[in-house]
Design a binder for this molecule. Structure first.
Ligand SMILES: NC(=O)c1ccc[n+]([C@@H]2O[C@H](COP(=O)([O-])OP(=O)(O)OC[C@H]3O[C@@H](n4cnc5c(N)ncnc54)[C@H](OP(=O)(O)O)[C@@H]3O)[C@@H](O)[C@H]2O)c1
Length: 284
């Protein structure tokens, strides 16, 4: 927590030191940080179509200030324009490279600085799909998926958690996937990467619960974004807006896990129980 924010909180009846339970509802309200408020949003993977839809959905309730972090400045500029047009009060951009963990602490600090020194919500949306199939033809590409989705996202999650714990509050949304729930032959590497990130997010959610920092794990199925362009659309697919509505609902009700669409929760519970020889025969 910045000194200024800590002082404001003390004045408003909030906690006296970082790591203490978050301020009373009155103190939060005094600072414009209502329990359900997600006004200042840092998006890691700021050009993600799903993350952009989540910000647009949140902005229908309150005017968000947004910091978008990703690699491509041109695409970041385009997304920033879209969000301004959607009513976001202030949208700024910064560079982020997921495969350079040494840069993550500074990037997150910069993102929070751009938001005025405090952050209500971190959206972790970085992700790579990679080659489809059980044994990839390109092992280097498979390693890149693991580097981005597990090592890179893992590092971004840990650094985000440290930053929010230091300010004494905040929420991290982790875009996991149904792929984390049961690995499929059609996409073994991506499934493994999402399972690793999902496990880290769940463990951290429990570890951080007493600190006032929340972690919400979002597990979408097939979402019609550029990541899946050209692939056949399976049953129970959704669009970025569907994931956004489910995420916003999950944030409001304090959920720890969200499925999008919600029916996937039950479908995956059944699939998890299927014995491997049967599971192998499914056209998944
Ligand atoms: N689409 C689906 O069906 C689906 C389903 C379940 C879960 N998800 C997950 O949801 C998240 C968002 O997916 P999406 O569909 O919105 O895909 P997307 O539009 O392709 O977004 C992916 C994001 O990851 C960023 N990224 C990739 N590699 C990076 C790197 N090395 N360094 C920094 N940023 C990097 C991209 O930034 P650049 O612009 O710099 O490339 C982009 O912002 C991902 O984690 C994905 O795995 C997607």
């Amino acid at each position: 927590m910045s000194d200024a924010t800590a002082a404001e909180l003390r004045a408003a009846g909030g906690p006296s030191a970082a790591g203490e339970p978050w301020a009373s509802a009155g103190a939060q309200a005094a600072l414009g940080l209502g329990a359900a408020g997600f006004r200042r949003v840092l998006v890691l993977g700021g050009t993600s179509e799903i993350a952009t839809a989540i910000v647009r959905e949140l902005a229908t309730r309150e005017p968000c200030e947004v910091a978008l972090a990703a690699r491509d400045p041109q695409r970041l500029g385009d997304v920033a324009q879209q969000l301004r047009a959607a009513g976001c009060a202030r949208v700024q951009t910064l560079a982020l490279e997921a495969t350079d963990p040494d840069s993550h602490r500074a990037a997150i600090a910069r993102g929070i600085e751009l938001l005025g020194g405090a952050c209500d919500l971190v959206l972790l949306a970085v992700g790579l799909l990679g080659e489809r199939g059980g044994l990839p033809d390109d092992p280097r590409g498979a390693v890149e998926v693991l580097e981005v989705n597990v090592v890179g996202c893992g590092s971004l999650l840990l650094e985000s958690a440290r930053a929010l714990r230091a300010q004494g509050r905040g929420t991290i949304v982790v875009l996991s996937s149904v792929a984390a729930e049961r690995p499929r032959a059609a996409n073994a590497v991506y499934c493994a990467s999402k399972a690793g990130l999902d496990a880290l997010a769940q463990g951290l959610a429990d570890a951080l619960a007493p600190t006032g920092v929340r972690v919400l794990v979002v597990r979408p199925g097939f979402v019609t974004t550029r990541m899946k362009r050209g692939l056949p659309v399976p049953p129970l697919s959704t669009d970025p807006e569907g994931v956004a509505r489910a995420t916003a609902r999950g944030l409001r009700r304090g959920a720890h896990t969200v499925w999008a669409p919600s029916t996937l929760r039950w479908a995956m519970a059944l699939l998890r129980l299927l014995p491997r020889p049967l599971f192998r025969r499914l056209p998944l």
